[in-house]
Write a protein that binds this ligand. Structure first.
Ligand code: NDP
Ligand code: OAA
Length: 457
């Protein structure tokens, strides 16, 4: 089986980019016939697992090849032994081709393939993000990638379209693509899970309805991650309301360390840096130490008290406190909604960029003295915030995928009051969804009437 894994690492896309046509013919590599390719799409989880009796390693992408060689169960299996096409459960098109790695001209000094599961893969944000990941812009130019794409039954066809575009992009680092609609299948062995897919709030829908609807999705996905993902999988929740969805997912995945769960507040951090740079008349990279506290909602607190411009406190550079409190703060809290009014849809490209930034902040060491924001498990935080929430806090990483919360930031009265409001909001959201992780007796009573996502004004 180890040989099968190696064969998977050496699948088609990279090799196609690196060898001549004659070499390809030497290796008897040819494109999958169209009818066979189409037959590979999204078979049901039950059919594959009950019918074929394959081992876990044998159920995806190029990895299936050796299993079929051991016990050919279908006509296609014999074909795959001859080096052309192997049938993975959900592998897509060119990503079902396998190679004999010992025949590589120059074996690549690439890292072990990283398996990234992405939900909402046929949506707007993914349409930007997947291509950045596959191009090596997120995990690095020496990091081969396997993409496991999750859609819903409604977006199944669209998911095939996404996979076709990934094929046509000839990304050398993209070694496998599989698609599916079952989290239990798509999350298998995932090293990262980027949970983007969620329902938008429909007309007349209360926020509590949205919490319930999307909460159920994230409860199911948490269970699936717990059952089949890598036990050290890093999970980044983007689908809104992302903090509470991340909490639900985390609580449904008791075998995965709670510190591995994040809710995306990096877009808010980036928006805040941009507006401070604009006001100060400096370039973005002069703005550092930017914290977003709390919820990814209109109660979030962009912290101008501790942020710096060229290493100086923001307030020493921007002396207009009225602007900081009354213009800057609501501008960040409502930026998403303003953009929707202009664009007619919510931020997708900048969200994808911020997801890439959030991941890079975990896989590269944080610059000395700086920090980044992420919605993380609040347990043990040094700011007196309730212990059992997913709350955006200042974090640092050594670049190993983990982080620590930065302590010692100044929390003045202005910040304290607003951070508390965001905390109350998250506690109220938690009360609405407690039943989704087995705690009963919660009353769904959201404060301040019906609080808003950034995109909901
Ligand atoms: N945290 C942040 O900073 C931000 C968060 N967001 C949030 O990100 C989410 C996605 O945004 P965007 O990409 O623009 O939305 P889209 O509507 O373009 O895409 C969402 C995708 O999710 C799919 N989906 C729905 N339910 C599920 C499910 N149960 N499992 C898997 N996939 C599912 C949808 O498929 P189908 O059509 O078949 O239902 C659709 O393809 C939204 O919740 C949005 O509010 C957006 C911007 C910033
Ligand atoms: O509300 C939305 O869907 C969009 C959103 O989160 C944002 O732009 O910050």
């Amino acid at each position: 089986m180890a040989a099968a894994k190696v064969a998977t690492l050496q699948s088609a896309a990279g090799t196609l980019a690196g060898v001549s046509q004659s070499k390809l013919l030497d290796r008897k590599i040819h494109a999958a016939p169209l009818n066979l390719r189409r037959s590979l799409f999204v078979p049901s989880f039950e059919a594959k697992h009950n019918g074929m009796g394959r081992s876990k390693q044998a159920t995806r992408g190029g990895g299936v090849r050796a299993a079929l060689a051991e016990s050919p169960a279908k006509p296609e299996a014999a074909a795959s032994q001859n080096g052309a096409v192997s049938e993975g459960d959900n592998c897509f098109g060119v990503f079902c081709l396998t190679y004999d790695p010992t025949k590589e001209e120059k074996p690549k000094t690439w890292k072990k393939t990283l398996r990234i599961a992405v939900s909402g893969a046929a949506g707007q944000i993914s349409n930007h993000l997947l291509f950045k990941i596959a191009a090596g812009e997120v995990f690095g130019q020496d990091q081969p990638i396997a993409l496991n794409l999750l859609g819903s039954s409604r977006s199944r066809e669209a998911l095939e379209g996404v996979a076709m575009e990934l094929e046509d992009s000839l990304f050398p680092l993209l070694r496998e693509v599989s698609i599916g609609v079952e989290p239990m299948q798509v999350f298998r062995d995932a090293d990262w899970a980027l949970l983007i897919g969620a329902k938008p709030r429909g007309p007349g829908m209360e926020r509590s309805d949205l919490l319930e609807l999307n909460g159920q999705i994230f409860a199911d996905q948490g269970k699936a991650l717990n059952a089949v993902a890598n036990k050290d999988v890093k999970v980044l929740v983007v689908g809104n309301p992302c903090n509470t969805n991340a909490l639900i997912c985390m609580e449904n995945a008791p075998d995965i360390p709670k510190k591995n769960f994040h809710a995306l507040t990096r877009l808010d951090e980036n928006r805040a840096k941009c507006q401070l740079a604009l006001k100060a008349g400096v370039w973005y990279d002069a703005v550092t130490n930017m914290t977003i506290w709390g919820n990814h909602s209109t109660t979030q607190v962009p912290d101008f008290v501790n942020a710096k411009i060229y290493g100086h406190p923001v307030k020493d550079v921007i002396k207009d406190t009225h602007w900081l409190e009354n213009d800057f703060t609501p501008a960040i809290q409502t930026r998403g909604g303003k953009l929707i009014k202009k664009w007619g849809r919510s931020s997708a490209a900048s969200t994808a960029v911020s997801i890439a930034d959030a991941i890079k902040s975990l896989v590269t060491p944080t610059p000395e003295g700086d920090w980044f924001s992420s919605g993380v498990w609040s347990e043990g935080n040094p700011y007196g915030i309730a212990q059992d929430l997913v709350f955006s806090l200042p974090c640092r990483s050594e670049g190993d995928g983990n982080y620590e919360v930065v302590s010692g930031l100044e929390i003045d009265a202005w910040l304290r009051e607003r951070i508390q409001k965001s905390e109350e909001e998250l506690q109220a959201e938690k009360n609405c969804v407690k039943h989704l992780f087995g705690e009963f007796g919660g009353v769904c009573d959201l404060p301040f009437g019906d609080t808003l996502l950034p995109g909901e004004q």
